[in-house]
Structure formats: structure tokens, C-alpha cells
Design a protein. Structure first.
Length: 310
């Protein structure tokens, strides 16, 4: 089985998106279309727009039509959606009339009842990498956008888009993974991870912020453990730790403190994803980590670095 994903991202987050691609699929795409045998729910990613689970493909549209004729739906209605390929050459027109024409041509050859308003099945058709593909279609839901409206905020917290991408980079396949956010702050990472069904706990040494984190999680109908604990005192073992290093006038930490934090993380986690606004490679190496991959996320002149370590 092969899957085709379409992507959308602002230029400032292209590096972060590419790292998420590499984490999910083991490769990245320079265009905004990616093909892979790996199945990912589009709603997990803040960058994936749509996914086609390829059922048929053809060198031409007519080749594809011939294959679609063998599809017979039993007691299911359907709708066909033309998926635009932003990477096509300008000479390969994807105007409105052309898209509707392709949808009609494909839909006429599906043996089943079409329903444009409330179909049981959605199918996508797309021109990708010099051929036509057709299959079950799934559209991403911007869950991260809803999470912006939480009861408690924090001026230096990650925005929900970046937090969701960081979670995916840290935990591309959640099956059997036990994770921790040991500097969870207001709980932005926890909300994104828990909304994806990831087994993650949070902790922070600042008792003043923990109730806000718990209320943010509960606000979205989620559950999750949030504990009062210093990262240096954590004794349980985890597969992954996500550490957004504290920074602001109230959370200034020295290189010695960073080293102590990261040495502690190396003790209790097999893999660590660090978010930092300052150069930290030397501290990571001194803590015993190897840097596996990295990306930057910009917001104007403000730059965060996301570093994957083992």
C-alpha cells in the first residue's frame, strides 16, 4: 500500500516541517507532496493537508478510469475529490473546470451511488509524479488550532503548531512508547500529545504553574498526569523526553544547570528532543548525547532550535 500526502507550511517553518517528514517517513520532500508506504493520520501533523490511500494508478487519466471501473461499492455512497498538486508545472493546468471535469469522469465509472453532501466514502484523485492516482481520501483537521484557546497561557510557551510538530518529531510512532515532558510549564506539549493518544506524563518544579497545566488538559476533555518534580529527581524510565529548556527573566539557567538537567534526562530517557533558543551542542555532548537530527522554527527574528538526541 502506498500513501500520497499533501503539505502546507509557512516558509518560517519549512525546516521544522522537513524534520517532521523525516521523523514520520525517513525522508523529506522538497515539493509539497510526499509519497510513502507509511500510514500517518493527517490530523496528527500541523503541516499535512490531505492523504490519499492509493488504490489504483495509471500513466494517464484514461488508464486510471479503466481501473476505477472495477470498483464496486455495496450499500455505500461516495464522493470524488480532485486533490491539487502545488508542485505541478505551470503548463499542467489545474483550474476549477478541469478539476470538476476529472471528478465527474472518475465518479461516473465508480459502481455506486454518488452523494455530494454526506457521502459514506471519500475518494481522492490526483496527478502526482507523472501519473494519476486514486484512493480513499482523508483531510486533516486543525486540532492544534483549537488548542490555542486554552484557559491558561504563558508568554514564552511554544505555540500549538510548533508543539504538535515537536511531539511528532519525538514520537512518530506512539505504539508502546512511554514519554515525559519534565519541564512541562503550562502544558502545551502535554495537550498536543494527549490529544493524539500518546502515553505522556508531565512534571515541573514550579508548583505555581501546575494547576494551570492540569486545567488546560481538562479543558479539552483530556486526561494526563502532571506532577511536582525537579528533572533531577525523576527516577522512572521513559522511552522519550521532550524538554523545552526554560528561558525568560524568571527562568534564567546557567550552563551548569543545563548540564545537570540534560545529564538527568540521559539517565531516565532513551531519546530526548530538546527545544532551545541558545546554542547547546557542547552541553549536549558533555551530557553524553549524540545529535541525530535538528531543525529551526522561526517567528520573525525569534528562532528556536529543535534537536533530536540519543
Amino acid at each position: 500500500m502506498n500513501y500520497v500526502y499533501t503539505y502546507s507550511y509557512p516558509d518560517d517553518e519549512s525546516s521544522l516541517c522537513a524534520l517532521e517528514m523525516r521523523s514520520f517517513f525517513g525522508k523529506e520532500s522538497k515539493s509539497r507532496v510526499l509519497e510513502s508506504p507509511v500510514k500517518v493520520n493527517p490530523t496528527r501533523s500541523p503541516f499535512i493537508k490531505e492523504r490519499i490511500e492509493v488504490r489504483y494508478e495509471g500513466e494517464s487519466l484514461q488508464d486510471l478510469v479503466k481501473k476505477v471501473k472495477s470498483l464496486q461499492l455495496v450499500e455505500e455512497t461516495f464522493k470524488v475529490i480532485y486533490v491539487k498538486n502545488g508542485g505541478l508545472a505551470k503548463t499542467e493546468k489545474e483550474g476549477f473546470e478541469r478539476r470538476r471535469s476529472v471528478e465527474r469522469e472518475i465518479g461516473l465509472h465508480v459502481k455506486g451511488e454518488a452523494d455530494f453532501h454526506n457521502p459514506d466514502r471519500l475518494f481522492g484523485v490526483m496527478n502526482v509524479n507523472g501519473r494519476w492516482v486514486f484512493g480513499d481520501y482523508a483531510k486533516s483537521e486543525a486540532v492544534w488550532l483549537k488548542h490555542q484557546k486554552k484557559p491558561h497561557g504563558y508568554s514564552t510557551a511554544l505555540n500549538t503548531r510548533v508543539a504538535r510538530a515537536v511531539v511528532n518529531i519525538a514520537i512518530p510512532n506512539p505504539s508502546g512508547i512511554k514519554a515525559i515532558d519534565p519541564c512541562c510549564g503550562i502544558g502545551t506539549v502535554l495537550v498536543e500529545a494527549r490529544s493524539m493518544g500518546i502515553d505522556i506524563v508531565g512534571s515541573d518544579r514550579n508548583y505555581l504553574i501546575l494547576n494551570g497545566a492540569r486545567e488546560n488538559i481538562e479543558h479539552f476533555g483530556l486526561t494526563g498526569e502532571v506532577n511536582l518534580a525537579d528533572i533531577r529527581d525523576i527516577t522512572n524510565d521513559y522511552d522519550v523526553a521532550i524538554i523545552d529548556l526554560p528561558y525568560n527573566l524568571c527562568s534564567v539557567i546557567t550552563d551548569v544547570e543545563k548540564l545537570e538537567m540534560l545529564e538527568s534526562a540521559r539517565r531516565f530517557a532513551k531519546k530526548v528532543v530538546v527545544v532551545t533558543i541558545e546554542p547547546i551542542d557542547e552541553v549536549l555532548r558533555n551530557a553524553g548525547f549524540s545529535i541525530i537530527d535538528r531543525a529551526i522554527a522561526k517567528k520573525g527574528s525569534f528562532i528556536r532550535e529543535v534537536i533530536v538526541c540519543k
